[in-house]
Ligand binder design. Structure first.
Ligand code: APR
Length: 315
């Protein structure tokens, strides 16, 4: 029997893409191909990364390419290609440009890596994930959006700061779209099994929720020249790892809902079991009325953005 390493292609060798590539290689999750349109740049980054392997002692090939056909045979394709959000720019402003870029990438994936699991990162995330599913014709279990892991990681970071406890004991939960209407769930966010509602006063939880919802903008405003990449990169890699190692971790991802949470045909972030087939199972939480309302609001926001995208692209 021939054993093969997983092949992971990352479209976009910018800040997020190169961080994903580096961490996938460091963790020996597979051989990594970095694809970008900027001449030679992905080759330079890939070679530099590979040259770190004798020092870091990881076994993974890292190659760069300007040819999207080099995604051929990939098991996982991560799509970060696009234009990053600038200060004062909403995620929806990015829609038109990034939609065209994602289209061109997904066409190549469909042609050369028809069995890949697609992990979308380009913003506006929920819309791009819809678009990738629509354009690829892939089954829903192989089209995932990375948002919930990042949003949850931000919430966990703020809980750790608030309580001055180890992040290792925090298990966060954020549902909904990747935008200001996302739904942090304090009742389902625990510290060693204890809901934070038992540990943190309501007004401080409210502040944590708000900071989580605007977590992306907080970084954009500090950086002034782009958006976050360390935490987004790590979040993608958690998803890649769960799939290539068939870990079946429960991670919030943007997926197509077909009746779950009372939503049909919606793209929303919900807890998912990720394994070798991509999305293995959606887990439905029991929401109270207030939480249901927030999810419905988030869903309306995403549905509107998807409808606008459809109009824009004549879908
Ligand atoms: N194919 C491959 N790469 C492309 C293409 C394409 N068709 N079009 C653009 N790119 C590349 C750009 O050349 C750039 O190197 O995508 C890369 C994007 O990298 P950055 O500008 O550094 O953006 P980054 O910070 O990595 O964010 C990428 O993730 O979090 C989201 O909002 C963010 O949508 C953005 C994406």
């Amino acid at each position: 029997m021939a054993f093969q390493r997983a092949k992971i292609t990352v479209f976009g060798a910018g800040f997020v893409g190169s961080t994903v590539a580096q961490r996938c290689a460091d963790k020996e999750l597979g051989d990594v191909t970095l694809v970008d349109i900027v001449p030679d740049m992905p080759m330079g980054k890939a070679l530099d990364m590979f040259e770190s392997s004798p020092v870091e002692r990881f076994d993974a090939k890292v190659t760069g390419s300007n040819n999207p056909d080099d995604c051929r045979g990939s098991d996982i394709v991560v799509v970060t290609s696009g234009i990053a959000r600038k200060p004062g720019m909403s995620r929806d402003d990015l829609l038109k440009t990034n939609a065209q870029i994602v289209y061109s990438v997904v066409d190549k994936v469909r042609e050369h890596a028809p069995n890949a699991v697609l992990i979308m990162v380009t913003n506006p995330l929920d819309v791009m994930t819809f678009l990738a599913h629509h354009r690829s014709g892939f089954p829903k279990n192989r089209v995932l959006g990375m948002a919930g892991v990042l949003d949850s990681a931000r919430m966990a970071s703020f809980v750790a700061m608030e309580l001055n406890v180890s992040i290792k004991d925090i298990s966060p939960m954020v549902l909904g779209g990747h935008g200001d209407t996302m739904v942090p769930l304090p009742r389902y966010t625990t510290v060693s099994g204890i809901p934070i509602t038992d540990l943190i006063p309501a007004d401080r939880i409210e502040a944590i929720n708000k900071r989580t919802q605007t977590g992306g903008a907080e970084i954009v405003n500090l950086l002034k020249t782009g958006s976050a990449w360390y935490a987004p990169g790590s979040s993608v890699v958690a998803m890649v790892e769960s799939i290539v190692k068939d870990q079946r971790r429960v991670l919030p991802c943007c997926v197509l809902l077909e009746g779950e949470y009372g939503l049909k045909g919606s793209w929303q972030g919900v807890p998912c079991v990720l394994g070798k087939g991509g999305l293995e199972k959606i887990i439905e939480l029991k929401l109270n009325d207030a939480e249901k309302k927030l999810l419905e609001n988030s869903n309306q926001h995403v549905a509107k953005a998807i409808a606008e995208c459809k109009t824009l692209l004549g879908l």
